[in-house]
Ligand binder design. Structure first.
Ligand code: HEM
Length: 561
């Protein structure tokens, strides 16, 4: 015993002496020991230690951050689910789920609590320094915003509005005019070729802006060169619709939040300075800094406040929510502009991407048959200056063939394929029988959830097939299968934070598809002298880290019938 005490004393004095004489060495050894202890804890003792996944992912967050940096998150998450099943550990503090019950617990929740709060990542989708519905983290910050405008996006409201004003139908007409006017005579002389990525963005932009600000104030990018030049200018100059640097590689920003905040502070200050200089040069200037969309949304909101329009729009609901005192929280003009601008962003890229993928798939020779089937199933369509009635819109919206190609595109090429991060609330929660401590990132990836709906998911290691017939029903058994697919298709998210613009997007896409196929055959234009003036992949990176259809350069030939 005495020998042991003497040797322990000697040992500690040696360590103490070594620490004094070699502080760096001692610090490194302590860090190493701490790192080893942390790794052992994360691997074997953390509440998440039973979750399958790569060992390195369990030990350090750098593993998933590396894949985020390489824009591989969605692909990696899918691979891991294929290998390990419906629950996978992506980091020491992050778990991904694909089961229907987990998606329900995380995103829909029960009772008043709703789903889990959003991960901090969403905070970067503030505009003018103000939060909006999409960027608010907690359900308290979110629910009053959503209540203010939910009715503007209900199916009934959109149907009635379309049947009385025909805004979307008129925009569909502008789309076809645009193709005839701007399309280049194709080499084989059979029709006109057009790069569909920009035209679909113009279409979605004109529709969502009219829905948010009213027909008069909506953009007219399909019909007016000046309006599309604004959008083009924005796109050419910054290669994205809005400040791209902070919306690319968004998961990285979440982990380096301080950097993001500094970046935003510098950006806001620069804009303020530009604004002051601008007003000195031109006192009437309405420029508020930022991109075309920042200016467009803010100026519209400011004008509407002074001269309210009779049309019931999202913007009007935003302004009257405040005026009627229904909204007690701080909500100023910048808050209203932030909300409306966010709808433009949310409604443009998503709808236009989906349309581009859909038209690209339909234009392949093996899918000419679908074009024919849809064409043969269409009712007589009125001219574009005459609104469709509710029954006509409904018959197109519920057309099983149109539905099948749209749903298949949403399933295989979701416009937002990524993980939609949520944080476990205080007190922790149990999901799929697994205890998750408070603050754990517990999420699902849209494309991973969608792909698990396919019977071939576990076997298939390559590309999945675009096969619209899976949505068609011939027998009662088919009906049950398709109802289940519809219930679980997750491209619009779910619960109180699911997509508010879903009905708008579906009506836009269905009417456009009906009109295109009633007037044209669409074919891939294989003319390799056509140059695509943009990289579709780099045009939109926020909330999409997959480049679908990389072999498609964007040009389709519209052959008149
Ligand atoms: C094919 C088209 C579209 C797709 C695939 C899509 C997808 C989604 C998804 C997955 C979410 C949930 C995000 C999350 O939980 O993190 C979402 C939310 C949202 N979407 Fe869409 N969207 C589409 C069209 C639109 C349109 C046309 C609008 C028009 C305003 C819109 C506005 C919004 C807004 C405002 C939210 C946030 C809702 C909230 O937080 O309460 N989306 N969308």
């Amino acid at each position: 015993m005495a020998i042991f005490q003497i040797s322990t004393k000697l040992g500690s004095s040696v360590i103490a002496e070594a620490a004094i004489s070699h502080p760096l060495l001692a610090l490194s050894l302590s860090c190493f020991a701490y790192g080893v202890a942390l790794a052992v804890y994360r691997l074997f003792f953390s509440p998440l230690s039973t979750v399958p996944g790569p060992k390195l992912a369990a030990v350090t967050r750098l593993w998933i951050l590396y894949h985020d940096y390489k824009d591989q998150r969605t692909d990696i998450v899918i691979e891991l689910h294929r290998k390990y099943g419906p629950v996978v550990r992506l980091g020491p503090n992050e778990v991904s789920f694909t089961s229907t019950s987990a998606v329900k617990d995380i995103y829909t929740g029960t009772g008043r609590e709703g789903g889990f709060p959003k991960g901090f990542l969403y905070a970067m989708f503030t505009h003018y320094g103000r939060y909006n519905m999409f960027s608010s983290i907690t359900s308290e910050a979110h629910s009053w915003r959503r209540r203010m405008i939910a009715s503007s996006y209900s199916l009934t409201n959109i149907l009635n509005r379309e049947a009385s004003q025909g805004d979307i139908w008129r925009t569909v007409g502008e789309y076809l005019k645009y193709v005839r006017r701007e399309g280049r005579e194709s080499k084989n002389g059979l029709g006109r070729s057009i790069d569909i990525y920009p035209v679909n963005i113009y279409f979605a932009c004109d529709n969502v802006s009219a829905h948010v600000f009213g027909e008069e104030r909506g953009t007219k990018t399909l019909g007016s060169v000046a309006d599309s030049a604004d959008i083009k200018l924005q796109r050419d100059s910054i290669d994205d619709w809005y400040v791209p640097t902070r919306r690319e590689k968004i998961y990285l920003w979440t982990d380096f939040n301080f950097g993001l905040r500094c970046f935003e502070a510098v950006e806001r200050t620069t804009q303020k300075v530009i604004r002051i200089i601008q007003r000195k040069v031109d006192p009437d200037s309405k420029y508020i800094g930022g991109t075309f969309l920042h200016n467009y949304a803010y100026n519209n909101m400011r004008d509407l406040k002074g001269h309210p329009s009779p049309e019931i729009t999202v913007a009007k609901n935003l302004l009257s929510g405040k005026i009627s005192g229904k909204v007690s929280e701080i909500f100023d003009q910048f808050g209203a502009a932030s909300e409306s601008m966010d709808h433009m962003l949310a409604g443009m890229d998503t709808t236009s991407d989906t349309l581009s993928f859909l038209l690209a798939m339909l234009s392949l020779p093996e899918h000419y048959g679908y074009q024919e089937t849809i064409r043969n199933s269409l009712p007589d369509l009125p001219p574009f200056d005459q609104p469709l009635n509710v029954a006509d819109i409904n018959s197109i919206l519920n057309n099983p063939y149109i539905n099948s190609v749209i749903k298949e595109t949403l399933l295989i090429f979701p416009a937002i394929p990524v993980t939609l991060p949520r944080a476990v609330p205080p007190g922790g929660r149990v999901v799929d029988g697994l205890w998750l401590p408070a603050g754990t990132l517990a999420s699902s990836s849209v494309r991973a959830v969608n792909l698990t709906l396919l019977p071939e998911f576990e076997k298939n290691t390559g590309n999945v097939q675009w096969e619209p017939s899976r949505w068609l029903t011939e027998s009662d058994a088919d009906k049950i299968r398709v109802q289940e697919l519809e219930r679980r298709l997750w491209s619009f998210g779910s619960g109180g934070r699911g997509c508010i613009g879903k009905h708008l997007a579906l009506i836009e896409m269905s009417l456009l598809l009906a009109a295109i196929l009633a007037n044209f055959k669409i074919r891939r234009d294989e003319d390799d002298t056509l140059e695509t003036p943009h990289s579709h992949w780099t045009c939109r990176r926020s909330f999409r880290d997959i480049a679908y259809l990389q072999d498609f350069h964007g040009f389709l030939r519209f052959e008149p019938l």
